[in-house]
Design a protein around this ligand. Structure first.
Ligand code: ADP
Length: 200
């Protein structure tokens, strides 16, 4: 496995925008959100376990996971959230490791909104926080996702606080103005990661 940089940030902070920039530079990006969706596809063991644990209502008529119903259920039941995580987290972790092991680029990025919360940072050598105020997060996420303000705020509350993430991250990029400003801050980090990857 080459050097792994964990890239995180709250909803709407600009993680995808930043990781797409790294991808354009030829850096392999493993997205924990995509992995989380892959491991519950029809036929996957996690989907069967979810059905057996919570009931038939978790599966749609087309055989796919009823994500919306499950999401609102776990928002209301703390214990169910833990149960779901016990099913999914080890499988997500195993798949992330497999993907990171098969990358060919000089270093790799693991992008995850819950990098610290789910201890995925332990799979990385260094972490990068894409940071911005909560007000900016909310306005971007509302525009992008067309979700209600209330829903976005709930997601933010469920995530680790901005201050806690700032304390834990090795590198921090403030993404509060333009994408070009974000990219100009990513440039020197990319150079630094190339040097670190070379030394590793
Ligand atoms: P995340 O992946 O952290 O949820 P995204 O990268 O998807 O965040 O960014 C959220 C939204 O905000 C997207 O529509 C994106 O195009 C936009 N965005 C991100 N960074 C900036 C920026 N610096 N200026 C303007 N819009 C931005």
């Amino acid at each position: 496995m080459s050097l792994v940089i964990g890239l995180t940030g709250g909803i709407g902070s600009g993680k995808s925008t930043a990781s797409q920039w790294f991808e354009k530079k030829g850096i392999a990006v493993v997205d924990a959100d995509i992995v989380a969706r892959e491991i519950v596809l029809p036929g996957q063991p996690a989907l069967k376990e979810i059905k057996e644990t919570f009931g038939e209502w978790t599966i749609q008529n087309d055989g796919y996971l009823n994500r919306q119903a499950l999401r609102s259920y776990i928002f209301q039941h703390v214990k169910a959230r833990k149960q779901l995580e016990e099913i999914t987290h080890p499988k997500i972790r195993a798949s992330i490791i497999e993907q990171l092991n098969s990358t060919q680029s000089s270093y790799s990025i693991l992008v995850s909104p819950l990098l610290f919360e789910t201890e995925q940072h332990l799979l990385t050598d260094r972490t990068l926080l894409i940071d911005c105020t909560e007000a900016i997060q909310i306005s971007r996420a509302v525009q992008r996702d067309h979700q209600s303000l209330e829903q976005i705020k709930k997601i933010i509350v469920a995530q680790m606080t901005r201050i806690e993430k700032q304390k834990r991250a090795d590198d921090i990029v403030l993404n509060e103005t333009s994408p070009d400003d974000l990219f100009s801050q990513l440039c020197p980090l990319h150079e630094k990661y190339l040097v670190l990857a070379h030394q590793a």
